[in-house]
Design a protein around this ligand. Structure first.
Ligand code: NAD
Length: 264
């Protein structure tokens, strides 16, 4: 380990399994000396998260479903009791009905629109508000977004609209909390094959498109997102807030399909 996060305590929301982006971030933080708390969403994920937490010596702060504020409050009550303070927070949570992650955005139902915004957007604000009183020495809050917030991506639909709102939330929270030396940033990750991503239509095609057309000519890994997260969560980024950092092999700078990309 490199000791960059020694003495720091952080809560990480969004580990579902060992392919989760949150898991890549957790490993990087633990390797750098941080003490971690993980949560799980429901009993089905409990048995996956518990052994992963044990691997890193992390606390399991219990069940947390961001649509159930009692479960969110219980997590923060536990952290206050166990640690009394918090240095960083990772929000790697999103959801949309997969039937609406295909076809046309215009067909989004009101019910799924509201649910996607609640889980994928409002939850960041809800947990930031609860983290603030525990971040007595300042802190760093990080969320995960995608380029579909900025440009239209096939099938991303309501999630693109949600990520745009999430990125705006990062900026508003950065201003609200900056006076308490709490920073709020996002990583805009390139496509990675995770459980959540498997709900997106033609995801394999999206991966290959990025591989052929990104400057680095490959897709990113959860470990690479984890290492960039380490920068955002540590004192190295102490002058940075309200920022959206693209960790996407540079894909976001490209304006046109590569001339040598094969037809895929
Ligand atoms: P994942 O399936 O491993 O993680 C998604 C997590 O969201 C899961 O742990 C799940 O339990 C949690 N979640 C969903 N609904 C919840 C609720 N109601 N309450 C609490 N937790 C809930 O997938 P991932 O790709 O690692 O996703 C993490 C984040 O990264 C998401 O915000 C996603 O949009 C973002 N992201 C993913 C990609 C990608 O290509 N995989 C790219 C850019 C951004």
């Amino acid at each position: 380990g490199n000791g960059l996060m020694a003495g720091k305590r952080g809560l990480i929301l969004g580990v579902a399994n060992n392919r989760s982006i949150a898991w890549g971030i957790a490993k990087a933080c633990a390797n750098a000396g941080a003490e971690l708390a993980l949560t799980y969403q429901g009993d089905a994920l409990k048995k996956r998260v518990e052994p992963l937490a044990a691997e890193l010596g992390a606390i399991v702060a219990g069940h947390c479903d961001v649509t159930d504020m009692d479960s969110v409050d219980a997590v923060f009550a536990k952290l206050e009791k166990e640690w009394g303070k918090l240095d960083f927070l990772v929000h790697a949570v999103a959801f949309s009905d997969k039937d609406e992650l295909t076809g046309r955005y215009v067909d989004t139902s009101r019910e799924n629109f509201l649910r996607s915004m609640d889980i994928s957007v409002y939850s960041l604000t809800a947990i930031a508000k609860r983290a603030e009183p525990l971040m007595s020495d300042g802190g760093s809050i990080l969320t995960l977004t995608y380029y579909g917030a900025e440009k239209v991506m096939p099938h991303y639909n309501v999630m693109g609209v949600a990520k745009a709102a999430l990125e705006a939330s990062v900026r508003y929270l950065a201003v609200d909390m900056g006076g308490n030396n709490i920073r709020v940033n996002a990583i805009s990750a390139g496509p990675i094959k995770t459980l959540a991503a498997s709900g997106i239509g033609d995801f394999r095609y999206i991966l290959r498109w990025n591989e052929y057309n990104s400057p680095l000519k490959r897709v990113v890994t959860t470990d690479e997102v984890g290492d960039s997260a380490l920068y955002m969560l540590s004192h190295l980024s102490r002058g940075v807030t309200g920022e959206i950092l693209h960790v996407d092999s540079g894909y976001h700078v490209v304006g046109m399909k590569a001339v040598d990309a094969p037809d895929i």
